[in-house]
Write a protein that binds this ligand. Structure first.
Ligand code: GDP
Ligand code: IMO
Ligand code: MG
Length: 422
């Protein structure tokens, strides 16, 4: 068997959580491979709306194994809150969640360093979720990180020595006032460590590869999106991990030839939260309409998401980088009331038209749009493809033609049921 990978093709928040939950019945194992609590993956079913940050979105289905892979960074304090929130609605997940010993821990001082770095950057800040993601991955690559497996051996000493180094940075590099916050953050963090210890830690790469040999099916759940990838995203306005398909290999310990389907998920339009370039962004009432109808406010930070038309140049780039085999179009219903839908099919850079994503996405880019007719139909109650209005069929055909990849799922609302599989 192979590992199917589901990942975002835009700037995150495409609806990955919803679709992983919908697809989970087809899989035995659901695994997160990168990112951490900067992610907010929303699921809705039976009048429950739930946002997951660290825990894979397969957790609500029975008899499924969920894995937090080595590529993920975990904040125990946030993890504890997630476990408690699940407990409140009657889900005890202690039996169906495994945590990689090689996953790195986000320390309280990583969060403070994130805040210090952003505040030092001032106007050029990234717009980070301030969850400590950047500093934790930085420690990982500089070989100074603290891992889940360390909890079992001489933990307190390792923690204290990392903390000391971070405090030195906070004081000397950033002149950042951390003292008021640290004690509280540490209290919550160590309580989180106690919660984390109740789960099984494992070298999950063995478990995943053995499961493949036994013929079990696995879906890898991406976080963020391709345009936030550390290598291929709109650098430096990106996150600190490889959000692309290759990240599933390094973040779970699977060989590239073990990757099966690659599900690429995108919104029928486009959003971004945080700073950085966004060529098709709408600063006008049309953008505001998308934000209102799509309820475009961050699942992790509550920040308003920037909105704009779909960008086929960026989408095709993401499809190329990831080797996408199937497309999943989300939030289609948000465009229900637009007379005309615009799609960017090329960029004009210094007067020259291109379909390739340039090195720098900046204000010199002028998107070239085509107009497509809106469907002016309430899609939220549509239950089969046969009920799709003609204009929506044309929109899907347009996307398939521009990308050369079939659109296999069309989402028409936040609920599990509002999903049309083609
Ligand atoms: P993720 O990070 O990719 O899992 O996406 P988020 O959960 O951050 O953001 C997606 C938001 O859109 C959530 O509030 C979902 O409940 C909602 N959503 C998902 N699919 C649809 C859809 O087809 N239509 C509408 N209207 N909302 C959707
Ligand atoms: P999901 O998995 C949308 C953005 C932040 C910021 C940049 C860097 O829910 O799609 P970081 O905290 O990683 O240092 O922030 O990346 N960002 C996201 N935007 N969805 C996410 O995750 C995001 N995770 C990070 O807003 O611009
Ligand atoms: Mg999200």
């Amino acid at each position: 068997m192979k590992v199917d990978v589901l990942l975002g093709l835009q700037w995150g928040d495409e609806g990955k959580g919803k679709v992983v939950d919908v697809l989970t019945p087809k899989y035995d194992i659901i695994a997160r491979f990168q990112g951490g609590p900067n992610a907010g993956h929303t699921l809705e079913f039976n009048n429950i709306k739930h946002v997951l940050h660290t825990i894979p979105s397969g957790i609500f289905r029975e008899n499924k194994l969920n894995i937090i892979g080595n590529g993920v960074v975990i904040d125990p304090a946030i993890f504890k809150k997630e476990i408690e929130a699940l407990g409140k609605i009657g889900f005890d997940i202690s039996k169906n969640l495994l945590v990689s010993k090689k996953a790195h821990l986000i320390m309280p001082t990583h969060r403070l360093l994130d805040a210090a770095s952003e505040s030092k950057k001032g106007e050029t800040k990234i717009g980070s979720t301030l969850k400590g993601i950047g500093p934790t991955y930085r420690d990982k690559t500089s070989r100074d990180g603290l891992r889940v497996g360390d909890i079992e051996i001489n933990f307190k000493n390792k923690y204290e020595s990392r903390k000391k180094a971070h405090i030195e940075q906070l004081e000397k590099l950033y002149n950042f006032d951390y003292k008021d916050q640290l004690e509280n953050l540490e209290k919550e963090w160590f309580e989180g460590i106690d919660t984390l210890k109740k789960f099984k830690f494992a070298d999950t790469e063995h478990i995943i590869n053995n499961a493949l040999k036994e013929g079990k099916s696995i879906i890898a759940e991406g976080a963020q999106g391709t345009l936030l990838d550390i290598d291929f995203g709109s650098y430096p306005f990106v996150t600190s991990s490889n959000t692309i398909c290759a990240g599933a290999c390094t973040g779970l310990g699977i060989a590239p030839n073990k990757v099966g389907k690659v599900y690429g998920i995108f919104k029928a339009y486009c959003t971004r939260v945080g700073m950085g370039p966004f060529p098709t962004e709408l600063m006008d009432e049309t953008g505001q309409k998308m934000r209102d109808v799509g309820n475009e406010y961050g699942s992790t930070t509550g920040r308003p998401r920037r909105c704009g038309w779909i960008d086929m140049v960026a989408l095709n780039y993401a499809i190329m980088i990831n080797g996408v085999t199937e497309l999943i179009m989300m939030k289609t219903d948000v465009l229900d009331n637009f007379d005309t839908i615009k799609a960017c099919v090329a960029y004009k850079v210094n007067g020259v038209e291109t379909k390739e994503l340039p090195y720098e996405l900046n204000s010199d880019i002028e998107p070239v749009f085509v107009d497509l007719p809106g469907w002016k139909t309430n899609l939220t109650e549509v239950t089969s493809e046969g009920q799709f209005p003609e204009a929506l069929k044309s929109y899907i055909k347009f996307i398939e033609k521009e990308t050369g990849v079939p659109v296999k799922i069309v989402s028409v609302g936040p609920n599990r049921e509002q999903t049309i599989i083609r």
